[in-house]
Design a protein around this ligand. Structure first.
Ligand SMILES: NC(=O)c1ccc[n+]([C@@H]2O[C@H](COP(=O)([O-])OP(=O)(O)OC[C@H]3O[C@@H](n4cnc5c(N)ncnc54)[C@H](OP(=O)(O)O)[C@@H]3O)[C@@H](O)[C@H]2O)c1
Length: 229
């Protein structure tokens, strides 16, 4: 897809991988809407922040309606917003479990549900769902987060088969550890320089978005070569 003048929506756009995707898409000439629950920290003529919590279908619906009422199209959706809580299963609070389920799974479903009626009418469009390597294998003390990312993987795999005939690509991305604010809730893991860089992950995503119409990267597994240096 040629990204010039394309309309993109990115959830969780204020920092980390989401924010780097905003910058890379603007660079390629797209107009980007960031769906952010916290106060907007970035301004650019090709960017607009829409306040919404991805856990709320009503707030997501209002945000998507604004984009469609303004442009009549959604070319790209990056379901990026996500968070993790870690620790022993019996110590994981029900509140943190629900927060991961509602953000990491329901948020992805809401985004796809709201974008697809428009995407399916267009000649080309692309959904990127950010999972994790925790959606490919389990890790001790990461059970809740792994459950959500395995769900994103299953959802994405089914969805790509459902919508490919409409010209909608669905790509699921599985990054290893990325140096972002993501680890703020972890006592054991702290972000460090041998982790992937968010800008490199964003470059890889944008490369997949720019692929020719009949070329589809279904799954992107990305890992640091030397995670421990
Ligand atoms: N970092 C890693 O090692 C890693 C590895 C694999 C996959 N991932 C996945 O990559 C994605 C991005 O993570 P990141 O590393 O960039 O983490 P990050 O720096 O913590 O950024 C996450 C973004 O998501 C937003 N967000 C969280 N809950 C939200 C909600 N309910 N509604 C709207 N926005 C919400 C955050 O908003 P606030 O600014 O308000 O907090 C933040 O902007 C996540 O899905 C994560 O699971 C991360």
């Amino acid at each position: 897809m040629n990204l010039k003048n394309k309309i993109a929506i990115i959830t969780g756009a204020n920092k980390g991988i989401g924010h780097q995707c905003v910058l890379k898409l603007i660079e390629q000439g797209a107009f980007v809407y960031g769906i952010c629950r916290s106060e907007c920290t970035f301004t650019h003529p090709s960017y607009k922040c829409l306040h919404a919590d991805v856990q709320s279908f009503e707030q997501m619906e209002t945000a998507f309606k604004f984009v469609v009422d303004t442009h009549g199209q959604i070319d790209i959706l990056i379901n990026n917003a996500g968070l993790g809580y870690f620790g022993l299963c019996e110590d994981l609070s029900v509140e943190d479990w629900n927060s991961m389920i509602n953000t990491n799974i329901s948020g992805v479903f809401y985004g796809c549900k709201l974008a697809l009626p428009f995407m399916k009418k267009q000649s080309e469009s692309h959904i990127i769902n950010i999972a994790s390597i925790a959606g490919l294998e389990g890790y001790s003390q990461v059970s809740g987060y792994c459950a959500t990312k395995f769900a994103v993987r299953g959802f994405s795999d089914a969805l790509y088969k459902e919508v490919r005939e409409f010209g909608v690509k669905v790509t699921c991305v599985y990054p290893g550890s990325v140096k972002t604010d993501f680890f703020r809730n972890s006592e054991n893991i702290k972000a460090h320089d041998n982790m992937l860089k968010a800008e490199d992950v964003a470059d890889h995503i944008v490369f997949a978005l720019m692929s020719p119409a009949n070329f589809h990267s279904v799954n992107l597994e990305i890992r640091p070569l030397k995670p421990k240096g």
